[in-house]
Ligand binder design. Structure first.
Ligand code: FUL
Length: 486
């Protein structure tokens, strides 16, 4: 940076001259979504009668009595999750079989009729309390499809479903996320009718009214479904987001029908849509085992720490969130194999990301907005996602240099955009200072909430971020360098 630029920069900041921030670009995250973007990694807990029948989808005819964990321990579940670095847990309060993990006033098909604690237990209460104790947020999965309920498919069931939601949204403290599953298989027990019930997915559930209830009772709760409105399904259950994965999205209905849960061209979710209609970021839901529920025969098929790391880079590292399922076993605890793998994964995550080798580097940029210190290059290494480096409006392809003063060795680069101004960057590249010249070692499309590049180790004393293409002057809140821990 020239001396003239430096003194101008000092002048403008010392006189507090006000340089307007850039105009936001495209669709923008709500405040609720911005807070959620900070979570990045949280857990799913699939637990119900299926755990005891060894099924994935209960038919709805299971006797409530079979629900009988021998050593249920919500604190063990929450503490494993917390130690691994998860920020919350989402519990299957009711899965497709209709069995309720809480003593709902509206049905007897619940813990009340189970053998567990003589019908006096409440799994939702214990898990939500344990989350509170371990600094985790608590969320609920409440299956819209209910294969137990006699009225499923008729208007009376919708009233029932909403009453249950009201119970869960008023009696268990703050809810950070509600999971609206799109699965509707048709056949079920339905109070003994044992038949196939087909519903019109666009109209039956009256989603507008249900969403209104959620907003009224839990205004901060994020709603997940194939069509959001707050979070979209990534379109697969294998543990990856597309590359790139845009936060913006325009859900499309199948066969020209209106898009709604269970009726979208779900494959679109992997990449989202540059310049899509809504800010509707992706959530990657995946299980630590082949199934969503616990099956003893899968004890040897738990994902390895290496595999979990890969999932993390391919979900969180592409701007999505990672919702990793941990199914409690028949004791009502996270099995030793799952806990061991998860904790080793968490240890590696912490060891990798707690040491940002870019901190303390000398930063310079080819351009700084209004030469104002508030937008200067050093904002990318201050550890604050609310500050950012940005340029004048017409500078779409600027560069930012980090001089670490000595050679550093890294294998991961972390980038973030300042989300309240939208996703502005299309393409970027990173260069290393190599034998008196710049040499490119990484490039990618999109940044968004978080972009992690993972590659072979690089040793250099200087790196450069090049914005190759942007729709509006870039606003970058983080450039970080890490060495992946083994
Ligand atoms: C799916 C369900 O059918 C699975 O059982 C599981 O709950 C998964 C997270 O969502 O749609």
């Amino acid at each position: 940076m020239s001396i003239a630029v430096v003194s101008l920069l000092t002048l403008s900041s010392s006189f507090g001259a006000s340089v307007e921030p850039p105009t936001p670009y495209g669709v923008l995250p709500s405040e609720r979504q911005q807070k959620w973007h900070e979570l990045e990694f949280y857990g799913f807990v699939h637990f119900t009668v299926n755990t005891f029948t060894d099924k994935e989808w209960g038919y709805g005819d299971e006797s409530a009595e079979i629900f009988n964990p021998t050593d249920f321990d919500a604190n063990q579940i929450a503490s494993v999750a917390q130690e691994a670095g998860m920020k919350g847990l989402i519990l299957t309060c009711k899965h497709h079989d209709g069995f309720c993990l809480w003593p709902s006033k509206y049905t007897e098909h619940s813990v009340v009729k189970s053998t567990w604690r003589n019908g006096k237990g409440d799994v939702v209460r214990e898990v939500s309390d344990a989350c509170g104790k371990h600094g985790l947020k608590f969320g609920v999965y409440v299956s819209p499809w209910d294969r137990n309920h006699a009225e499923y498919g008729r208007p009376a069931y919708i009233k029932y479903y909403r009453s249950q939601l009201r119970e869960l949204l008023t009696n268990y403290g703050p809810i950070f996320e509600i999971w609206f599953d799109g699965a509707n298989g048709g056949d079920g027990w339905y109070g003994g009718a044992k038949e196939k019930r087909t519903i019109d997915r666009s109209t039956y559930y009256g989603w507008d009214v249900t969403r209104q209830i959620v907003r009224e009772l839990q205004p901060d709760a994020m709603m997940f479904s194939d069509v959001g409105p707050d979070i979209r399904w990534v379109g697969n259950e294998s543990g990856y987001a597309g590359d790139p994965c845009w936060a913006a999205y325009t859900p499309r209905g199948v066969d020209s029908q209106p898009p709604c849960p269970g009726q979208t061209v779900y494959q679109d979710g992997e990449h989202g849509k540059r310049n899509g209609t809504y800010w509707m970021p992706a959530e990657v839901d995946v299980s630590i085992r082949p199934g969503w529920f616990y099956h003893a025969k899968e004890d040897g098929k738990v994902r390895t720490p290496d595999n979990l790391i890969k999932l993390y880079f391919e979900s969180v590292g592409r701007g999505a969130s990672l919702l990793l399922n941990l199914p409690p076993d028949r004791r009502g605890r996270i099995h030793e194999n799952d806990a061991a793998s998860l904790l080793e994964f968490g240890r590696r995550l912490k060891a990798t990301f707690s040491n940002d080798l870019a901190r303390g580097a000398k930063t310079t940029a080819s351009s700084t907005r209004g030469n104002d210190a508030r937008y200067a290059a050093d904002r990318v290494i201050d550890g604050d996602r609310n500050t950012y480096w940005c340029t004048d409006d017409d500078m779409l392809t600027p560069e930012l240099m980090l001089d670490m003063g000595k050679p550093v060795t890294f294998s991961v680069v972390g980038l973030r955009e300042y989300l309240p101004l939208g996703q502005r960057v299309d393409d970027w590249a990173m260069d290393k200072w190599d034998d008196g010249d710049w040499a490119e070692f990484a490039q990618g499309a999109s940044i968004g909430n978080r972009r992690l590049w993972r590659g072979d180790t690089v040793t250099t004393d200087k790196v450069r971020l090049r914005i190759v293409k942007a729709a509006a002057c870039p606003a970058i809140s983080e450039v970080a360098l890490y060495l992946e821990a083994k």
